[in-house]
Design a protein around this ligand. Sequence first.
Ligand SMILES: [Zn+2]
Length: 265
Amino acid sequence: MNGQSYYKRIKGFTLAELLIVVAIIGVLVAVSIPIFASQKKKAEEATCAANRRSLMAAVRAAEISDSTASDKEWVAEAAKSFGSGVTADGYTVKGLCPNGGTYTVTLYVDDTANIACDKHTASNKTYSDILGSSILSKAGEISRTIKVGNTIRPQTLNEYLNNGKFIDSESPETAQDTQTSWTYIIYQKMNLRTDQMWMIRKDGEGYALYMTTDGKPTSVTDKDGSVKVTKYVYDSSGQLLTDKTEITTAKVQYHQGTDYLVLRP
Ligand SMILES: [Zn+2]
C-alpha cells in the first residue's frame, strides 16, 4: 500500500467542495437571521400585550379595592403592584414593555379601559387626542335644541363654537340646564372619565383644546389663579396637529359665585 494515496483518501474534500459547503452555510445563516429577528419581535409584542392586559386587570383591582380614589391613584396603585421597576405618572406607566415603551391608560365611565404602548400599539392615542378628536370630528353632528325667541331649533356644536363661544368640562351652563348643556351631551357621547379640566374654543380655521396637566384645581386659593395647561390644536376636521402642541398657562375662574370652575386661556 502506498502511503501517499492513503493520505489523499483521508483528506477527502477538495477546495471546491469546501467552498460549496461554506457557501451553503452562508445562505442558511443569511436566511435564518431575519426569521429569528422577526420571531424575537413577535415574542416581544406578545409579552407587551400580555403585560398591558395584566396592567388593566391591576387597574380594575385597584378600582374595586378603593372606588373612592381618583383615576390616577388607581393607575399608580396598579403600577405599584408590579414592583419598583414599574412607575406611573398620571395616566402613563413605564417599565412593563420589553422594548421600553410607555403605556397610556384611558379610563371610561363604563369601567372599561384602553392601554396603548407607544412602541407596540398601532394607534397610540393620548387621552387629549381621544377627547379632542372625538368631539371636534363630530362638531358638525353633535347638536342640541335651543330656543330663539319663540322658536325651538337645533344648534350644532360647530355653530356654537363658530360664534366665538367656549365649552368647558365644567361648563357654567350646566347650572342652567343640565340636559342641554354641551358638557353633558359630550360626556354622554364620549363615555370618558376625567379628573382634568378642559376647554375648547375656535382657533383660526380649526380649534384649540386646553387641558390641565395636574387634575382639577379645587382649593379656594386657586380662585382666579393660573394653572399649567397643554394646548392642543386641531384642524377644522378635528385632526390633531401634533407639532402645534404647547405647554402654556390658563386662568381658573369661579363663575358667578358658584362652584363652577372655568378655564380660560
Ligand atoms: Zn410595548
